[in-house]
Design a protein. Structure first.
Ligand code: R5P
Length: 285
């Protein structure tokens, strides 16, 4: 018997997963002690059950301890399997020591999760120099892709779309999204100069005149990538672009800034946000 248990903020997705799969929904009781430490209690009998903890890992530092406590408690109480369903998988971007002494946090985070769960399922993890999660996780991992869902949204909502990827890393994405949406595509070049500074190199785009730009990226974090791309296109006479992403992290005032430049902003609910209009639950069943 399978039991889905939501970490705080993941209740809607856990409910959807339980409904779609016809399995039960469990409850995690959690609160903070007066000193700020986390209290965690599994309210259901997990003995002999396949327990799936549902926890997207945007802002992971707030979630990780209680997630690890919950998973290890499920094991202690006899769960048959303990799986992590993390639509957004955090800490995948620091996969290299750029400066002496830096932590390669992707490997440490993967080890932390591998030690506490039997398996993991996620959506479009940001893999750059790592090509497969198996390189850093020691447990079975499964990766699902939201590109077809983004493509279908574009196909159903935007006429004469030009699917734009802001950098070479987005090429794999943009090709499959544009192909399925029946749209033209364009890949730009990006230089990242710092956490909050990027430069987007845009060629002459007069060949694409009259098309509706749709910017697509796996993650929006500081938003600088999308902001610079949108500004560059508008400067060449294009209308405000649609902006689509899988993982809407939207640090600080990013969402407000993007709203000034976008015709519309659409994300999946891998990270729940008011822009979440594309449901990913079906990918995780
Ligand atoms: C990087 O290559 C990713 O695909 C995104 O373009 C990047 O992580 C977005 O970050 P930000 O919103 O901070 O520019």
């Amino acid at each position: 018997m399978r039991l889905f248990i939501a970490l705080p903020g993941n209740e809607t997705l856990a409910t959807d997963l339980a409904r779609l799969s016809g399995c039960a929904l469990g409850t995690l009781e959690t609160r903070h002690f007066p000193d700020g430490e986390s209290y965690v209690r599994l309210a259901d009998d997990v003995s002999g059950k396949d327990v799936d903890f549902v926890c997207t890992l945007a802002r992971p530092d707030d979630q990780i301890l209680r997630l690890i406590f919950a998973a290890r408690t499920a094991r202690e109480l006899g769960a048959k399997t303990v799986r992590l369903i993390a639509p957004y998988l955090a800490y995948m971007r620091q996969d290299k020591r750029f400066q002496e002494g830096e932590s390669i946090s992707s490997t440490h985070f993967a080890k932390l999760l591998s030690d506490s769960f039997d398996s993991l399922i996620t959506i479009d993890p940001h893999l750059h120099r790592i090509t497969d999660l198996g390189e850093i996780f020691t447990i079975p991992t499964k990766v699902e892709h939201a590109a077809p869902l983004l493509a279908d949204w574009i196909g159903n909502n935007v006429k004469n779309a030009l699917v734009v990827g802001p950098d070479s890393e987005s090429q794999q994405w943009v090709e499959s999204v544009a192909e399925r949406a029946g749209a033209r595509q364009l890949i730009l070049n990006k230089n990242r100069l710092g956490d909050h500074e990027v430069e987007i190199l845009v060629p002459d785009l007069s060949d694409y005149e009259g098309l509706a730009p749709v910017l697509v990226d796996d993650i929006i974090s500081s938003g600088r990538t999308m902001i610079e791309t949108a500004e560059a296109l508008i400067a060449q006479g294009f209308p405000k672009p649609y902006i689509l992403t899988v993982h809407a992290l939207f640090a600080g005032s990013t969402y407000w800034q993007l709203n000034q430049l976008a015709k519309d902003i659409i994300s999946t609910d891998a990270v729940p946000h008011e822009t979440s209009r594309i449901g990913i639950a079906e990918l995780l069943i």
